[in-house]
Design a protein around this ligand. Structure first.
Ligand SMILES: Cc1cc2nc3c(=O)[nH]c(=O)nc-3n(C[C@H](O)[C@H](O)[C@H](O)COP(=O)(O)OP(=O)(O)OC[C@H]3O[C@@H](n4cnc5c(N)ncnc54)[C@H](O)[C@@H]3O)c2cc1C
Length: 352
C-alpha cells in the first residue's frame, strides 16, 4: 500500500486526505493543533461562493465553480448543516451599477450558476433592512456551518482509517519522502503541503524558498438584532483585492459583519484590532436604520488570510505545484478556499 502524508488539517488538507484514502493510500494527516480546522477553516465568513469575482481561466474561478457544486453534493450526502441562502451584491448608488454589471459578465464567463441583475424592490422584499439601488443576485451562494463541516470531515477521515496525528507539526522533509515530527518520522510516497498560513515554512523544507506568506487579518463584529436571511455584499474592495465588509447570516442566530483588512502582528494573532469606525462607515452605507442596530454590535472573531508573495510579487491565484516530484505544495489558498476545497483535492490527486 502506498503511503501519503498530508501536512495541515484544515478543510483543504482534510479533503485531500479523504481523496487519497479513497484511492487506497495509507494516509497520515499531521496537524499542529489539538483539533482539525482551528486556523482559517473556521475563521471565515462561512460562505459557499459561486465563482463571481475571479479572472477567467484562473484556478480560483475554475475550482470555485466546481467546488460550489461538489460541496453542495457533499453536504447533502453527509448532512453538514448549510443553507442555500443566495446572496446579493448591492449597488449602493448609481455609480456602482456598472460595477455589478461587470461582475455579472465575469460570473457568467466563469460558469457561475444562477446569476442575475435584480431591481431595488426585489432586494427590498428579501432584505428590507438594507439600502440599495439594485443588485446582482447569486442563487447558488450558500451559508455553511464550518464547525459542523470540520466535525463531519473528521468522522469520515476516521471511518476511512486515516491516521489523525494531532499536536504533531511537520518539522522537516528529508529527500521529499520522509517527514520529521516531534514524535518520529513518517515515510511517504507522496507529501502534501496544505499548511495554510505556514505553507511557506513547509515549502522551505524542500528548498522552495521564494514564497512568503504574510497574514492579512480580517476582524468581525456580530449582532442578533439584524433581521437578515441573505448575505449582502458591497462591490469588492479594489485596493486589497478583498470582498469588502459584508453582512452574513449564520446557521445560528448571529449575523456576522466583516471581515476588515488589517496587517496582522502574527500568523497566530486573532485579537480584534480594527477601529470600530471602519465598521461604522461600512454599515452606515448599507443600513438606513443603522443607529438603532449599532448598540447591539459586539466583538466577534478574527481570521488571517494567508496572503502569499513570490519574490515580492503577490500571488493573485491559488498556487499548486510540485517540488520535488514527491511533494505538492498549496500556497495562497485565500478565499474562495473554503468553497473550493473538494475541487482542490481532486485537482491535487490528479497531479500525483
Ligand atoms: C477572514 C476570512 C474570510 C474568509 N471567507 C471565506 C468564505 O466566506 N468563503 C470561502 O470560500 N473562503 C473564505 N475564506 C478563505 C478560506 O477560509 C480558506 O481559503 C480556507 O479555510 C483554507 O483552508 P486550508 O485548509 O488551506 O488552511 P487552514 O484552515 O489554515 O489549515 C491549515 C492547517 O495547517 C496546520 N499547520 C500549519 N503548519 C503546520 C505544520 N508545520 N505541521 C502540521 N500542521 C500545520 C494549521 O494548524 C492548520 O490547521 C476566508 C478567509 C478569511 C481569512
Amino acid at each position: 500500500m502506498k503511503q501519503a502524508v498530508v501536512i495541515g488539517g484544515g478543510v483543504v488538507g482534510c479533503h485531500i486526505a479523504l481523496e487519497l484514502a479513497e484511492r487506497r493510500y495509507e494516509v497520515f494527516l499531521l496537524e499542529r493543533h489539538s483539533r482539525l480546522g482551528m486556523d482559517t477553516s473556521t475563521r471565515n465568513s462561512g460562505v459557499l461562493h459561486a465563482g463571481i469575482y475571479y479572472p477567467a481561466d484562473s484556478l480560483k474561478a475554475r475550482l470555485c465553480v466546481e467546488g460550489n457544486r461538489l460541496s453542495r453534493e457533499f453536504f447533502d450526502r453527509t448532512g453538514v448543516q448549510y443553507r442555500p441562502s443566495g446572496k446579493f451584491i448591492i449597488a449602493r448608488d448609481r455609480s456602482e451599477i456598472s460595477e455589478i454589471e461587470a461582475l455579472r459578465d465575469k460570473a457568467i464567463a466563469n460558469g457561475a450558476e444562477g446569476i442575475s441583475l435584480v431591481p431595488q424592490d426585489t432586494v427590498q422584499k428579501r432584505v428590507p433592512c438594507v439600502r440599495c439601488v439594485g443588485a446582482l443576485h447569486s442563487a447558488s451562494t450558500c451559508i455553511i456551518d464550518t464547525g459542523d463541516y470540520l466535525t463531519t470531515l473528521k468522522t469520515l477521515l476516521m471511518q476511512r482509517d486515516v491516521h489523525l496525528l494531532y499536536e504533531c507539526p511537520a518539522l522537516a522533509i528529508d529527500g521529499g519522502v520522509r517527514v520529521e515530527t516531534p514524535r518520529g518520522s513518517v515515510d511517504a510516497d507522496i507529501v502534501i503541503n496544505a499548511a495554510g498560513l505556514y505553507a511557506d515554512e513547509v515549502a522551505r523544507m524542500t528548498g522552495l524558498d521564494d514564497f512568503t506568506v504574510v497574514p492579512l487579518k480580517g476582524d468581525y463584529y456580530c449582532t442578533t438584532a439584524l433581521p437578515l436571511e441573505v448575505p449582502v455584499y458591497p462591490p469588492p474592495n479594489h485596493g486589497h483585492g478583498t470582498l469588502g465588509v459584508h453582512l452574513t447570516p449564520t446557521c445560528g442566530p448571529d449575523v456576522i459583519i466583516g471581515p476588515s483588512e488589517t496587517p496582522s502582528r502574527g500568523k497566530d494573532n486573532y485579537d480584534i484590532e480594527t477601529p470600530f469606525a471602519v465598521f461604522d462607515d461600512s454599515l452606515r452605507d448599507m443600513i438606513p436604520n443603522y443607529e438603532a442596530i449599532r448598540p447591539s454590535l459586539r466583538e466577534g472573531f478574527s481570521g488571517n488570510r494567508p496572503r502569499a508573495f513570490r519574490g515580492g510579487t503577490r500571488c493573485e491565484d491559488f498556487i499548486i505545484m510540485k517540488q520535488p516530484d514527491s511533494v505538492i505544495h498549496l500556497l495562497s489558498i485565500e478565499s474562495p478556499g473554503l468553497t473550493s476545497a473538494p475541487a482542490i483535492a481532486r485537482f491535487v490527486v490528479k497531479m500525483i
